[in-house]
Design a protein around this ligand. Structure first.
Ligand code: HEM
Length: 295
């Protein structure tokens, strides 16, 4: 599960009364003097965030590559957070409450996907000016992205190997070996009375879930039940949205790769586009899509 930092004690709580007194004292203008740290910085840690853009070249285009990567890393973490919230609600047999973090996850994915646009200026010549300096570095080695994939049910045990000896390893291991959100949803369907075989519920979760006709049949039945308050159908649609948006991220990434380096070998050691295309062929929440043929 997620580790969250305790709130910085430098952020002193306030209330409406205190705010009114301050505004009165300031004559309606914002406060400009603080006894301790600037409260915004104490909360957002903007100074720390802005100290992390360490480019490797003098090329002016590299900054946008580095910062878009960092922005995407933050989004991966935010999406992971929403998926944890969703999992907790699903495990508590509360699909209605799961809709809220799922909606947030879909909106964050939309924001994440929009960030690809800011790299679309980059031609192969632009990228080549600093590409060698990245050495063996590749987004493929993003531990946070890998956790998101695991939570969505795309499991490949070997991909946690680069992180052995790192702090993040335990989190990755937990995400790999624990049930994905899709496994949790399948268990919810079983508890809701759908006929799900036992081997779908009690299994080695570090192996990727294979699409199963019983899960597909459950979704056909859920979608047929066209009554108000069909929370499972609403859950299905919210999950489909997340699956689609995540697919859009992978597609936009692939197009960015094609634009900036064609079919060259990747810095991460793969054969680049061909490897990414194979990776993309795995579907998130597969029976939500296969079941549509039977609906
Ligand atoms: C010019 C822009 C980019 C290019 C040319 C590029 C290229 C590649 C290539 C070739 C791979 C396959 C592994 C390898 O390196 O051999 C890869 C994987 C990956 N990249 Fe990028 N990338 C770009 C931007 C980004 C950005 C901004 C992110 C965000 C953090 C990112 C995240 C990832 C992730 C998560 C994977 C693994 C995908 C998977 O496992 O299916 N990439 N990238």
């Amino acid at each position: 599960m997620e580790s969250t930092d305790v709130q910085d004690p430098a952020v002193r709580p306030s209330n409406a009364g205190e705010r009114d007194v301050r505004a009165e004292r300031n004559g309606g203008r914002p406060t400009l003097e603080f006894a301790g740290k600037v409260p915004y910085d104490a909360y957002v840690h903007a100074t720390t965030l802005h100290s992390l853009q360490r480019t490797l070249s003098g090329d002016p285009g590299e900054m946008s590559f580095l910062m878009v990567s960092q922005i995407m890393e933050l989004y991966f973490k935010l999406i992971r957070h929403e998926l944890f919230q969703t999992q907790a609600a699903v495990r508590a047999d509360d699909p209605w409450s799961a809709l809220v973090p799922l909606r947030r996850a879909a909106l964050h994915l939309e924001g994440l996907n929009a960030a690809w646009q800011t790299l679309s200026w980059m031609t192969p010549a632009d990228f080549n000016r600093f590409r060698d300096l990245l050495g063996e570095g590749s987004g493929f080695q993003s531990a946070m992205y890998r956790q998101v994939e695991f939570l969505l049910g795309l499991k490949t045990a070997s991909l946690i190997r680069p992180f052995r000896g790192y702090e993040v390893y335990d989190e990755l291991q937990a995400a790999l070996t624990g049930p994905s959100l899709w496994d949790d949803v399948i268990a919810l369907l079983a508890r809701a009375g759908h006929d799900i075989p036992a081997d779908q519920l009690d299994r080695d979760f570090s192996a990727e879930h294979e699409p199963h006709p019983a899960v597909s049949a459950a979704w056909v039945a859920i979608y047929r039940d066209n009554v108000p308050g069909n929370h499972l159908r609403m859950l299905g649609e919210a999950l489909a949205e997340v699956s689609e948006q995540f697919g859009d991220w992978r597609y936009r990434h692939l197009k960015t790769v094609q634009r900036t380096m064609g079919a060259k070998t990747g810095t991460g050691g793969s054969n680049g586009m061909a490897w990414l295309q194979r990776s993309m062929s795995r579907t998130v929440f597969p029976e939500l899509w296969t079941s549509r043929t039977e609906m």
